[in-house]
Every structure is written in C-alpha cells, then in structure tokens.
Design a protein around this ligand. Structure first.
Ligand code: MG
Length: 379
C-alpha cells in the first residue's frame, strides 16, 4: 500500500464561540469561521482523516515526504517528520505532526477494518468523563461568579458527570487566587463531598500564589491542579509539588513531546503526567508517554476531547482516570455535533461514561456532503 495523495480542504461553518484577547473561547454571537480536513489517500482506495491541519505547511513540507510511503510505516514517518522539525520548528509544529499521525492511524484502522484502540492494545471500552468548563467570564447566567460555577456544577452532576473541572478567570478577566478559591468552595459546597473536583487556573501565577491556591484546594478535597505557573520553569513545579499533597498534573502545554514528560517525572515535578495527541505530536508519541508513565507507576491524564485521546485512554495499562469533555458552558450545547460531523466524538451515557467507537479507524462519522457544500475554493 502506498500514499498517493495528501490534501487539506478548508471549509466554512457557523461558530458560536468567540476568542478573547488572550485566545480563550467564550460563547458569542454566531459568525463565519473556518475548519480544515486533512485527507491521506492510498493506491488501494483507503483514506485516513484528521480535522485541524495547516494547509500550506502540509502541502509544502509534509506531502513531499509522504508521497509513495507505506502508511503502515507510520512510526517511521513520525520519526522522519520529528527529525525534520530540527531546522524548521517555526513551520513544522507538533500540531502538524499530530494531524498527520492521527490521520495515518485512522487510515490503517480503516484498512484493517479495526478501531484504533484495538490496534493499540485495548484495555476498556468506556472512560468516566469530567465536565471541563470554559474559562470564567462576565456573562450574566454564564461563569461570572462563584455562585454561577456552583449552579453549573449542579447541572453537570444532574447530567451524569462524576467529576468537574473549573477553568477559572484569566485575562482579560482578572485572575485572582482568592476568587478562584471562592469559586472552588462554592462548587464543593453545592455538589457535596463525593464529586471529584479539579482546577485549571490562570497559567502565570507566581510560586507564592500557586502554593496558596494549592493549600486552599487541599482543604476543599480537590483531586488535582493543572498548570498554575509557566511550565517552562520545571524547578517551580518541583518546588510546588514538594510542598503539596494535592496532585499536580503536568506538563500540558510545554514543548518536548515524551522527552519533557520524562524529565518532569524523574525530577518529581508532577504527581500525574499529562498528554494530549495535539500537544505531543500524535497518537504515536502519546503511547510512548503512556508506557513511560506506566514504568513509573504513574497515570497519564489526557488533555482535550479529541477522539484520538479517547482511543489512547482505552489502551492504557495504568489507566488515566478521566476523559476531558468540553469545553462546557451554560450557553453552549455540547451534545449537538459540529456541522462537519454526524455524531459527536465523545457520546456520554447517564452514568458519566464516554464510549469509544468500534467503527474502523478513529470512528469519526464525517459529514462529507456538508464539507463539499461549504468548501472554500482556492484562488
Ligand atoms: Mg489544562
């Protein structure tokens, strides 16, 4: 089998999410937005897909490397792309590697008529999800006060979630550890002692602020804290983790694929490691992180609602405890699929478990008619 075409199509859709000045998503008026679909085709008619890829970089840097390759040699292809990054990191990002790697896993799954999680070595078919909120805002009835978070946590509990994670306020809304604690306390008070609670606060607190927040969350029985400081300072996380019983989960956004996760583990900068296919460059490096963490008896907590993450979660020996479902907000309807899909990527039952698809590849149910009808024609 040989790769004969690599293509990125760009199409329109109507979005209800707007980005603030710091790049965080919030509910907003419907507006025109764009999405991309990467397609890798073979000479035997089988293709693999991944949404979200840079068309120009794929065309100029990825396609020439992939043409003629056997897609089953996707480990070799991943290493080839990784090594090509050395002098091209400004263009060939881990997000590009991730899109290519995910599309190749989807392709081989479709070729073998098996879901990806079974190709990886299955351990389960469903995973508990946590409700992951959008960042705080100033919308009345949104996430504008500690009481609003408490109200929303109760709604999520009623939907079936057994765990809830607050993304608290970040600029342009003022970040304040005391206000974070107030929101966390209001949520704990509302949902009672049994719901697992986590926080992902402002990412640029000082050591002093992060330690204060962590100690207060210990009193509230929180399960973990993510990224309260810039992750480039691993020393700061060693300092923080040493002083807290509260689990520190990370790194999430710092570069370095499995290499940076290995450093954090051996230097005791985290209690649980973190990886998402989009952060670390695909399913291939994420599985390396899963096996690395397992060798240290450490769990990997998965970042983001990506369908590929769900397949990895269903192929872990030491299991990451939760699938991140969201981002959620009182004004956002998460249960309706995006227009380019016929079904959402992480359907959840009334007990709060998301179920992995048994369809070949990743099992994405793509609405190709919608994509074709909304294509942006190249000039
Ligand atoms: Mg996070």
């Amino acid at each position: 089998m040989k790769i004969v075409d690599v293509q990125v199509q760009t199409f329109h859709y109507l979005s209800n999410t707007v980005r603030d000045s710091d790049g965080h998503g919030h509910p907003g008026p419907a507006h025109d937005a764009q999405q991309t679909l990467l397609t890798i085709r073979t000479d035997e008619g089988v293709a693999g897909f991944c949404f979200g890829a840079n068309a120009q970089i794929v065309e100029s840097m990825v396609k020439p490397l992939l043409m003629g390759e056997d897609p089953f040699f996707h480990e070799k292809i991943w290493h080839m792309l990784k090594e090509r990054q050395r002098l091209a990191l400004d263009r060939l990002s881990d997000k590009v590697l991730a899109a290519v790697d995910v599309a190749l896993w989807d392709l081989v799954g479709r070729a073998l008529n098996q879901p990806v999680y079974k190709l990886l070595g299955a351990t389960r078919t469903k995973v508990p999800a946590y409700a992951s909120t959008m960042c705080g805002d100033d919308l009345v009835g949104g996430l504008n006060t500690p009481e609003a978070y408490a109200e929303f946590a109760l709604q999520c509990k009623a939907r079936g979630y057994t765990a809830f994670k607050l993304h608290t306020w970040q600029p342009p809304y003022s970040a304040d550890p005391k206000r974070d604690v107030a929101a966390c306390a209001a949520v704990r008070e509302a949902v009672g002692p049994d719901m697992a609670l986590m926080i992902d606060p402002y990412h640029y607190y000082s050591r002093h602020q992060a330690l204060y927040l962590g100690r207060e969350l210990e009193k509230l029985g929180f399960y973990w804290m993510e990224e309260p400081m810039d992750e480039h300072s691993m020393s700061s996380y060693i300092w923080l983790a040493d002083q807290l019983d509260l689990a520190i989960v990370g790194p999430e956004t710092v570069e370095g694929k499995m290499y940076s996760r290995a450093e954090w583990i051996v230097h005791h900068a985290c209690d649980m490691t973190r990886a998402g296919v989009r952060d670390v460059g695909g399913i291939t490096p994420m599985m390396k992180i899963v096996h690395l963490a397992e060798s240290f008896n450490m769990q990997v907590e998965s970042h983001g609602p990506d369908m590929a993450n769900l397949h990895v979660l269903c192929a872990m020996g030491i299991r990451g405890e939760y699938h991140e479902r969201g981002l959620l907000h009182p004004f956002i309807d998460y249960e309706t699929p995006q227009p380019w899909l016929n079904q959402i990527v992480d359907p959840m039952d009334d007990e709060g478990n998301v179920h992995v698809s048994d369809a070949p590849g990743l099992g994405m149910d793509i609405n190709f008619d919608y994509i074709q009808a909304n294509l942006i024609q190249k000039a």
